[in-house]
Ligand binder design. Structure first.
Ligand code: ATP
Length: 258
């Protein structure tokens, strides 16, 4: 039986007057691929922040890779948790090339003052190869398309050699083809490197193929969880997003048409 690598018990998080998580419990097993969906403000990003130790719990408990997460061990545990953020707006004049940006992923392991060695650059080059970006390794980071920048963000995350792979809407604002390619890439990496993956997305079209399980969030709570094919029905999505079922059906037809 696979080990539980993430255990969240009754997590409550608040940002001043806003309560972002209202008592969320979730267990994730090793090598599971979990998709997290829900409307804006549902608490999806906040859920990821309590896994990588950056979010502050008002109450509740979190275990990451078997260790009870505390303020004092969050820094060391975070080294094992990779995080890919939403598409970032990068200044075209940013004076770093792709290879140097991927090396940033190693600094958590290296410490800021140690210089990267041959092994670190080998890992960087391996990750660039994995995401199909070797040919652009020397290009300034600001001179890439959104899809290419997301590939670099994934390589940077993997250069850290994480055990938990968290992705926060990595395909938002990409075109449909780039979205599909990024999801396929993430799935391939998940399978080949035997990672445990939490994937936050608004793109429902590809989830059933990629995920073992989906978690539906709404208003700071887990509204439902289970297999994608059972849960991602028009009726459930209409209730989750407070949209008439006819609109959900229309959206679905449009996605299929695309
Ligand atoms: P989206 O799909 O729009 O990214 P989300 O489901 O990821 O949304 P969160 O970003 O976790 O939702 O936000 C949950 C709630 O917490 C929202 O009401 C949001 O306004 C609030 N919130 C999030 N981050 C902060 C912050 N740093 N300071 C204050 N409130 C915040």
């Amino acid at each position: 039986m696979r080990a539980t690598v993430l255990n969240i018990e009754d997590a409550v998080v608040s940002y001043r007057e806003d309560i972002a998580l209202r008592g969320v419990s979730l267990k994730v097993k090793s090598e599971e691929f979990v998709g997290i969906i829900g409307p804006n403000g549902a608490g999806k990003t906040t859920l990821l922040t309590i896994v990588n130790g950056l979010g502050k719990l008002l109450s509740g408990r979190v275990w990451v890779l078997g260790d009870y997460l505390t303020l004092s061990n969050s820094h060391s545990l975070r080294k094992k948790v990779g995080y890919v953020p939403q598409v970032e707006n990068i200044d075209p004049r940013m004076p770093m090339n792709v290879r140097e940006v991927v090396m940033i992923g190693r600094y958590g392991l290296l410490g800021l003052l140690r210089k990267p060695g041959k092994h670190d650059w080998e890992i960087v080059d391996e990750m660039l190869e994995l995401v199909g970006m070797t040919h652009l390794a020397q290009r300034p980071i600001g001179h890439l398309s959104g899809g290419e920048q997301q590939r670099v963000a994934i390589a940077r995350c993997l250069a850290q050699e994480p055990e938990l792979f968290l992705l926060d809407e990595p395909t938002a604002s990409l075109d449909w083809k780039a979205q599909t390619e990024i999801l396929e890439l993430v799935k391939r990496i998940h399978d080949s490197r035997r990672l445990t993956t939490l994937f936050v997305t608004h793109d429902l079209s590809c989830l059933p193929v990629a995920c073992d399980r989906v978690v539906l969030m709404k208003e700071g709570l887990i509204w439902s969880e289970g297999s994608p094919n059972e849960l991602l029905t028009d009726g459930n999505l209409s209730r989750l997003y407070d949209m008439p079922i006819s609109v959900v059906e229309k959206r679905r037809r449009e996605t299929i048409l695309v």
